[in-house]
Design a protein around this ligand. Structure first.
Ligand code: NOJ
Ligand code: CA
Length: 551
C-alpha cells in the first residue's frame, strides 16, 4: 500500500468523532454549547487522535428534533454562534489535521422552514411541489411510523388547504419531494455552500427515506431514485475530489448494498447497523457466534467504499434487526428496566451503564471496534466512559453535556445547572467522577487507553486497507480475525467472556513466527508468543481480554 494512496482514501483509515455543538462546550455562560466553545476544544480532539469530526445539525432550527428539523440550510443556529465562528472552528480543525463533515438532513425540513410555509399556503404556490401532498392519505397508509410514541401515521392533514403531507419522521418534519428538479438543485446548492466553507463531506440523514419514492405518484417519479444518489455523489466529487458521503441506512445487508451503488458510485461509507446489533447480541450472550456469523456474511463494499462501524450513536441503540427473542436477551442483559428502553426496539443507555462500569469489558469492546474492517465512529464522551441520564426523556438521555472537569457545570458551562437543557448524569457518572481533566495524563484511564487505540489503529492500516480473514476458534467466547496488508499480518483476538480463556488458532503463519501484542493495555498478551511447529498459535487472555498480534 503506497502511503500516498492511504492519504487519498483518507476515510478508510480515519477515526470519526460525532458531536453536537450544543452539548460540547459553552463559551459564554448561557448554558448552550457553541462554535467558539468547540474551537477551544479542538486541541482535545487532536490529542485524542481523531481525524474527522462529524457535526450533528447546527443550522437554524426550532430545535424540536435536536436540529434534525432545519429551518434554514444556509445559516448557523444563532444560539450556537455565527458563520464567522463556524469558519474559525473549521480553520482551527484544519490546522490540527482534522477534517470536518456535517449532517445533511434533506429528507425533510422543519415545518417552520420558509419553503414549507410557502408550500402549504395554497394549492398553486410555486413551492407546492417541493413537498409531497395528497388529497387523501394513500390506501396503504398508515405504514410503520418511525417514532411510534408520538406519531401514528406518515400523513398529516394541513388546515390551510385540507390536503395531506408526507412526513416519515415527526409531523413537524414534512418530507421534501426529491423528484422535483428544483429541490434537487437546491440540495446540491446547500452541499456546495458548506463545501466552499471547507467541509469534507456529509453524514447523510435517513437515506432510505430520502430515496424512497413509494409515496410519489408514478407520473412524478424518476425511473431510479439511485440515479439521484449517483448524481449527488458525482456533483460532490466535481466540487471536491476527496469529499465523502457517510450514509445512515439501517436495513439488512442485502438491501444495504444497493446504497453503495454498483461500482461504488453512491455512498462512500455506510453505517454497519446489522453488525452493530449482532455485536450486542454476542456481548449479551458472552458468545462471539452471532457477531462471527454476521461478519462472515457481511458483503464486501464495492471498490473504495467502506463500512462505518460504531458502538453507540446519538439515537436509541436500535435492535430492530434482531428477532423479538434476541432483542429480549439484549434488553435483559443491558437494559432490563422499561425506562432504559425506547420505542420497543432500542436502549437509551451508553455502554458503561450497560456494563455496570466494567472497565475490562468496556475496553475489550473498543479494541474490537478499532480492529474491525471499516471506519470507526465514536460518539462524544465515549473516550472517557460517560454515562447516560435516564431522567432526560427519550433518545436525549445520551445527549447530555460533555464532561470536561469536576464540578456542577462539568467544565461545559459556567451557567447555573438549572439553566441546562439537559442535566448531567448523577452518581456514578457525574462530572465529579467522570471527566477529561481527571483522566488526562493518568496512564490507567480510559482516555489514555482510547488515545492509544486510535494511534495503534493508524499505525496498523491493515484493518483499514488489508484483506480480512475470519479465523476459526474452538472457544465460543472468542472472535479472531487476521488482516493482511502487503504480506504483513495482524491477528486480533477478542474474548467476550467473563473469565480467563486459552484459545488455539490456525493463523496461517510460518512456524516460529514471533508475535507481540500491539496494544499496551495490560489486559492483553504480555510476552511475545510464537507460532508452533504445527502452525497453531495458542493465545491466553484474561476476562474480557483482547490483543492485536503482529510480528
Ligand atoms: C435520523 C437521525 O439520526 C435522528 O436523530 C433524527 O431524529 C431522524 N433521522 C430525523 O431526522
Ligand atoms: Ca453558549
Amino acid at each position: 500500500m503506497r502511503p500516498a494512496d492511504v492519504a487519498d482514501m483518507w476515510w478508510r483509515n480515519a477515526t470519526v468523532y460525532c458531536l453536537d455543538v450544543e452539548t460540547y462546550q459553552d463559551s459564554n455562560g448561557d448554558g448552550i454549547g457553541d462554535f467558539r466553545g468547540l474551537t477551544s476544544r479542538i486541541e482535545h480532539l487532536a490529542s485524542l487522535g481523531i481525524t474527522c469530526l462529524w457535526l450533528m445539525p447546527f443550522y437554524a432550527s426550532p430545535n424540536r428534533d435536536d436540529g434534525y428539523d432545519v429551518a434554514d440550510y444556509y445559516s448557523v443556529d444563532p444560539r450556537l454562534g455565527t458563520l464567522g465562528d463556524f469558519v474559525e472552528m473549521m480553520r482551527t480543525a484544519r490546522h490540527h489535521g482534522i477534517r470536518v463533515i456535517a449532517d445533511l438532513v434533506v429528507n425533510h425540513t422543519s415545518d417552520q422552514h420558509p419553503w414549507f410555509q410557502e408550500s402549504r399556503s395554497s394549492l398553486t404556490s410555486p413551492k407546492r411541489d417541493w413537498y409531497v401532498w395528497r388529497e387523501s392519505p394513500p390506501q396503504d397508509a398508515p405504514r410503520a411510523v418511525i417514532f411510534p410514541d408520538q406519531e401514528d401515521s406518515l400523513w398529516r392533514q394541513d388546515e390551510a388547504t385540507g390536503q395531506y403531507y408526507l412526513h416519515h419522521f415527526y409531523r413537524h418534519q414534512p418530507d421534501l419531494n426529491i423528484s422535483n428538479p428544483e429541490v434537487r438543485d437546491e440540495i446540491a446548492r446547500v452541499m456546495g455552500f458548506w463545501m466552499e466553507l471547507g467541509l469534507s463531506g456529509f453524514r447523510v440523514d435517513a437515506v432510505p427515506y430520502l430515496l424512497s419514492t413509494a409515496d410519489t405518484l408514478a407520473a412524478e417519479r424518476e425511473t431510479d431514485p439511485h440515479s439521484y444518489m449517483r448524481a449527488l455523489r458525482s456533483f460532490m466529487a466535481r466540487r471536491s475530489g476527496d469529499a465523502i458521503m457517510l450514509g445512515e441506512v439501517n436495513v439488512p445487508y442485502d438491501d444495504l448494498m444497493r446504497f453503495f451503488g454498483d461500482g461504488g458510485d453512491e455512498l462512500d461509507l455506510s453505517f454497519d447497523f446489522p453488525g452493530m446489533q449482532a455485536m450486542y447480541l454476542a456481548l449479551a450472550r458472552q458468545d462471539a457466534g452471532p457477531l462471527d456469523d454476521a461478519l462472515r456474511s457481511r458483503p464486501l463494499p464495492p471498490r473504495d467504499t467502506r463500512w462505518a462501524t460504531f458502538v453507540r450513536n446519538h439515537d436509541e441503540l436500535t435492535l430492530d434487526q434482531l428477532t423479538d427473542d434476541q432483542r429480549d436477551e439484549v434488553f435483559a442483559a443491558f437494559g432490563p428496566e422499561p425506562d432504559m428502553q425506547v420505542f420497543g426496539r432500542g436502549l437509551r443507555r451508553r455502554l458503561p451503564g450497560m456494563f455496570d462500569g466494567d472497565q475490562d469489558r468496556i475496553r475489550m469492546v473498543y479494541s474490537l471496534l478499532f480492529s474491525l474492517p471499516g471506519t470507526p465512529v465514536l460518539f462524544y464522551g465515549e473516550e472517557i466512559g460517560m454515562g447516560e441520564n435516564l431522567d432526560v426523556p427519550g433518545r436525549s438521555s445520551v445527549r447530555t453535556p460533555m464532561q470536561w472537569e469536576p464540578g456542577a457545570g462539568g467544565g461545559f458551562t459556567t451557567a447555573d445547572a438549572d439553566k441546562l437543557r439537559r442535566q448531567m448524569p448523577a452518581h456514578p457518572y457525574s462530572p465529579d467522577e467522570i471527566s477529561v481533566a481527571d483522566q488526562r495524563g493518568d496512564p490507567d484511564s480510559l482516555l489514555t487507553y482510547m488515545t492509544m487505540l486510535i494511534s495503534k489503529r493508524r499505525d496498523n492500516p491493515h484493518f483499514g486497507f488489508g484483506d480480512v480473514e475470519w479465523l476459526t476458534s474452538a472457544q465460543p467466547s472468542v472472535l479472531a480475525h487476521k488482516a493482511v496488508l502487503d504480506g504483513d499480518s495482524v491477528i486480533a483476538v477478542h474474548h467476550l467472556g467473563d473469565g480467563p480463556v486459552e484459545v488455539t488458532l490456525m493463523p496461517g503463519l510460518e512456524p516460529g513466527t514471533q508475535l507481540r501484542d500491539e496494544l499496551v493495555s495490560g489486559a492483553g498478551v504480555a510476552e511475545p508468543i510464537e507460532v508452533a511447529e504445527d502452525g497453531t498459535l495458542t493465545v491466553s487472555l484474561g476476562r474480557y481480554g483482547s490483543c492485536w498480534l503482529r510480528s
